[in-house]
Design a protein around this ligand. Structure first.
Ligand code: B12
Ligand code: SF4
Length: 491
């Protein structure tokens, strides 16, 4: 059979500083790892992860040779870079397949830049796509649908292959997928579906066991590993209990919601299985902001219980990593102090934050578009701003200088060397778990750099005059929430 070569690419816009710059988050692209596992024997594979090595040289020529087919993964902010790579492939006559979040949510745009678009999860159609390609019948679109996670039985991403090339120290592992909620800003319900899919725990345990000790840490790629019902809560307790019983100790962290705080038994198994932290989307301390985000999962717990929740999780030796969103329509100049006080008083171990981001086709995107508030909407170029580390719409109650001042204040209160040190001391004292405390320190340290870039992005926006022009266009002077300047709109 004719030998063929596939090159898989994780694109990265040059100069972007985001979560990929946090050491514990800079992990191998497990999505590409699944595609590699599914490759037929007569295919040779190479990978280019642009967070480490560029796929294009200074003249926008490909840096790799010999590909018969190129596959690119992309979330929205990576799309312009993905298209630049696809154009370079086209010049060399190499067909390109693109998949991932952006291709799933915005396939008609992607189709203008590549030969073949794969929507949703590729596992079920990847073999067919390759076979079609081999007989010259590559189709323009394949829809992989949502994979029942029972189908992953024994199918693990090709971690050894990826690690051999880039020496990754962290990896991801799937235990569930999907989310039944529909927060206004989030792409997950559209992309992974609203059904909460659970992978059989025996299979997850086998995968954990197969890679035990090979990585400094694993990230559970699930949106919420704890789940949304008593049944899923029981399942996940059995998973961590299974890790403990099988002696699979492995440092890991995952995303969940605050409601896990009441489940002492599960928290106990979690820490015994190696859990160092839980990342929780707290998003805001303002009830109206949570209502407008449709963040029911937090509203149910109630903001008043946040302190108790943080305290109880920490009591088990697990670091609490709270994420916050700024730039909400209800945010005022007071919001930043309120959040900083909450972080310091509740002693949350890690706080990371972003600017509200209207990811494509989310309810938030549609609302801001209908209110004429988006000013980064020259696509595809402007997708690079859709990371949560740029402002892309006109703020409601805040002016841009007020947002910058507020974020700067937050930075000063939480990220000075002295405060980071004090918080580390507190993590060590309270968690009584060096792994968790060091994990928190590492993230805080790396996040300080990401936060500086976020501030820089806002200041660059202010200096560019783009925000002022956007305000003028809709007849406002400083913010959306002020009377329209009719003179300006007439002009
Ligand atoms: C884990 C995770 C992370 C991890 C790891 C990311 C990584 N590089 O591996 C961390 C925490 C580092 C992270 C960072 C970021 N993330 Co993130 N992340 C996720 C999460 C929760 C799961 C992704 C995952 O690993 N799934 C498991 C793998 C196996 O599935 P998959 O990626 O979907 O791949 C399948 C298909 O998509 C398809 N496919 C994918 N690629 C390709 C390529 C080809 C050629 C083909 C054929 C098919 C194909 O087939 C795969 C197998 O079935 C998703 C939400 C979600 N539930 O999907 C958000 C999500 C992808 N992240 C998001 C964002 C915004 C980010 C950041 C920009 C945040 C920031 N402010 O910095 C950064 C970007 C970092 C980067 N360079 O990618 C958004 C993207 C939204 C959008 N429209 O752009 C999502 C959807 C979350 C959300 N709230 O909306 N993320
Ligand atoms: S933010 Fe979390 S809870 Fe809300 S829809 Fe997205 S994944 Fe679900």
């Amino acid at each position: 059979m004719k030998k063929r070569k596939l090159v898989l690419i994780n694109p990265h816009p040059i100069g972007n500083v985001g979560e990929e710059n946090v050491s514990v988050l800079n992990q191998m692209p497990v999505n590409l790892g699944y595609l590699i596992t599914l490759m037929p024997e007569h295919w040779e594979v190479d990978v280019v992860d642009e967070t480490t090595e560029l796929a294009l040289d200074a003249n926008n020529q490909l840096t790799f040779q010999g590909a018969d087919l190129v596959g690119i993964t992309s979330v929205s902010y990576q799309a312009p870079r993905a298209y630049a790579i696809a154009h370079a492939c086209k010049k060399r006559g190499i067909p390109v397949v693109m998949g991932g979040v952006h291709a799933t949510i915005y396939p008609h745009e992607v189709a203008q830049h590549v030969d073949c678009v794969v929507t949703k999860e590729a596992i079920s159609i990847w073999g067919k796509l390759l076979a079609d390609f081999e007989c010259g019948q590559l189709q323009k679109r394949y829809d992989g649908g949502l994979t029942p996670l029972e189908n992953l039985n024994g199918l693990y991403p090709a971690r050894d292959f990826l690690k051999a090339k880039y020496k990754y120290r962290y990896s991801g592992i799937i235990t569930t997928a999907g989310c039944p909620f529909s927060c206004e800003f989030c792409s997950v319900p559209q992309f992974q579906g609203q059904k909460y899919r659970e992978r059989p725990i025996g299979d997850v345990l086998n995968e954990f066991a197969a890679i035990k000790g090979q990585y400094r840490g694993l990230v559970l790629t699930d949106e919420n590993f704890y789940g949304h019902s008593k049944k899923s809560n029981d399942r996940v307790r059995d998973l961590f209990k299974g890790m403990v019983e099988r002696g699979i100790y492995q440092n890991w962290f995952g995303f969940t919601s605050l409601n896990i705080y009441k489940d002492d038994e599960t928290l106990d198994y979690m820490v015994k299985s190696g859990c160092v932290g839980v990342l929780i989307g707290i998003e805001s301390l303002n009830k109206d902001a949570l209502y407008s985000m449709n963040k029911n999962v937090n509203l149910r717990i109630t903001i008043e219980r946040y302190y108790e929740a943080v305290k109880n999780i920490r009591k088990h030796g697990i670091a609490v990593w709270g994420t916050f969103i700024f730039g909400n329509d209800t945010d005022t100049t007071e919001t930043f102090d309120e959040v900083a006080d909450f972080i310091l008083n509740s002693q949350i171990d890690i706080m990371t934050c972003g600017i509200l981001c209207p990811f494509i086709n989310t309810p938030l995107y549609k609302r801001l578009e209908s209110e004429n508030r988006l000013f980064r909407n020259h696509f595809p170029e402007d997708w690079t701003y859709y990371t949560s580390h740029h402002l892309v719409y006109i703020l409601k109650k805040l002016s841009l200088p007020e947002l910058i001042d507020g974020m700067q204040k937050l930075y000063n209160k939480l990220y000075s060397t002295e405060v980071i040190r004090k918080r580390f001391q507190n993590s060590r004292d309270v968690l009584q778990n060096n792994n968790s405390a060091l994990f928190a320190l590492k993230v805080n340290w790396d996040w300080r750099n990401v936060f500086r870039h976020l501030l820089e992005n806002l200041k660059t926006l202010q200096a560019s005059g783009v925000y002022e022009t956007a305000l003028e266009r809709i007849g406002k002077k400083q913010r959306y929430d002020e009377p329209t300047n009719l003179m300006a709109t007439k002009i």
